[in-house]
Design a protein around this ligand. Structure first.
Ligand code: AMP
Ligand code: GLY
Length: 443
């Protein structure tokens, strides 16, 4: 079977690498892909700009999938999902792993997500939604700090302010609603109670349709718990980033905590997806705060996490293409999930200056023997091929993901891999997965 994968980041490189291991997969068309997928087994990057067969008004990805005879689509990022790309694929009779637009609004609108959580009793922080700035200001003044201000719409990770003081919260309201920095995403605000704790990411496979609900086969299956590290510097210091590294699984997440998460967050979510009669066949990512009162849901993402994917997928001891088929045809409940018993550590290497401005076009070189010795797999995020060269093209450039039977072993191998990768200005954290590295959620 040929598969189309939509996206071009580290998550998509990892998805392609894992799908390529399946005997069910002949060819993977990646739109647009990156410098990593360009060289990955079975993968071909396709840029819609180079495809003269795409008719006007046609969805470019659907057109490419038809042209390349793809029988499955896997969508990486949230933007196309929120725009309804899954609906387009299904209309063209191409099964699509990714939520349809209605379900994707669980990420596309914080207000929709919170209304859903409240309606179906998903454990989460109390919140209120505002379209009126003065009402929002009044609410914050009455409530006091700490408090969390969230732009309603997609804001590429820049729409949430955890405010330690009322002044900070008021400045955030002004910034989100008035500055236009996050555009239309900031026309509505969700203001939420602050939750203290440590965060985890639970990525999961979802197979819900009204038909599967009637058959009793609708399900959400969580993957092993993972953790991102958002701050730029060691010890969870410095500015927020798109993620400086991830680890999986987590020794501080006991089976009891996972059971509680399932009962308080996952099962009510499944119930809600069923009751809303969504056709949701794809992935969901629960952003969870482990508080002293149990796990509370911070957010849904309707996709896999980045860089969590780079740490979670290598631990899958099963065929990911077969899992995707099970998601699509309603047999996910019976699918045998088997996980490697050890740990995966995936620190990220970023361009010097990131998350501020940074140089692009720096050549990436590897010490090949040392990289091979490390056993780490390099997943490319922000780099492109230029002939035989690999050049940086983004802030987050790559992750080195390594497996170990213990966390220490995984950590050592991942950093051995990191030290075998070179480009001008390369920067990474040294403490991914170590004690004190996770944001503690204490103000
Ligand atoms: P979100 O996009 O809603 O997950 O928010 C982005 C980040 O803001 C989360 O990963 C948390 O670190 C933080 N955050 C969001 N909501 C809260 C909350 N209610 N209490 C504390 N921190 C939060
Ligand atoms: N790692 C967080 C995210 O993918 O949103």
């Amino acid at each position: 079977m040929n598969i189309i994968v939509v996206g071009g980041g580290g998550r998509e490189h990892t998805i392609c690498w894992k799908l390529a291991q399946s005997s069910l997969v002949d060819k993977i068309i990646v739109v647009p892909g990156n410098g990593g997928t360009a060289d990955e087994n079975k993968c071909v990057n396709v840029n819609p700009k180079d495809c003269d067969y795409i008719a006007e008004g046609e969805n470019p990805c659907v057109a490419i999938a038809k042209h390349e005879n793809c029988r499955m689509a896997v969508i990486g990022p949230e933007d196309p999902l929120c725009e309804g790309i899954a609906d387009e694929f299904w209309k063209a009779d191409i099964p699509c792993v990714g939520a349809k637009k209605a379900g994707a609004m669980l990420e596309g609108s914080k207000d929709v997500a919170k209304a859903f959580m409240k309606k179906y009793n998903v454990a989460c922080a109390a919140s209120e939604t505002f379209v009126n700035k003065d009402a929002a200001i009044e609410y914050v003044k009455k409530h006091g700090a700490p408090i969390v201000i969230k732009a309603d719409g997609l804001a590429a990770g820049k729409g949430v302010v955890v405010a330690a003081t009322v002044e900070e919260a008021l400045a955030a309201i002004e910034d989100i609603m008035e500055s236009g920095r996050v555009g239309d995403a900031g026309k509505k605000l969700v203001i939420e109670d602050y939750l203290e704790g440590v965060e985890i990411s639970v990525l999961a496979a979802v197979s819900v349709t009204p038909e599967y609900a009637v058959q009793g086969s609708a399900t959400i299956v969580p993957f092993l718990p993972a953790r991102d590290h958002k701050r730029l510097n060691d010890g969870a210091k410095g500015p927020n980033t798109g993620g400086m590294g991830a680890v999986c699984p987590l020794s501080d997440v006991t089976p009891e905590i996972m059971e509680q998460f399932k009962k308080d967050c996952l099962e009510p979510t499944l119930n809600g997806l069923i009751k809303e009669r969504f056709d949701y066949r794809g992935f969901i990512f629960f952003g969870v705060m482990l508080t002293k009162n149990g796990p509370k849901l911070l957010e849904y993402n309707v996709r896999l996490g980045d860089p969590e994917t780079q740490a979670v997928l290598p631990l899958m001891d099963f065929d990911m293409a077969a899992m995707c088929t099970a998601i699509l045809n309603g047999t996910l409940k019976d699918f045998e999930f088997k996980w490697k018993p050890g740990f995966q550590c995936a620190p990220v290497v970023v361009s010097g200056g990131y998350p501020g401005s940074y140089k692009k076009g720096c050549e990436i070189t590897y010490d090949a023997a040392e990289l091979a010795e490390s056993t780490a797999k390099v997943f490319i995020a922000g780099a492109v091929k230029d002939g035989d060269k690999l050049l940086t093209s983004g802030g987050r450039v790559l992750a080195c993901s390594a497996y170990g039977s213990t966390f220490d072993e995984a950590w050592k191998l991942a950093y051995r891999g990191i030290n075998a990768v070179h480009f001008e200005g390369a920067f990474h954290r040294n403490d991914i997965g170590l004690p004190g590295a996770a944001e503690s959620g204490k103000l």
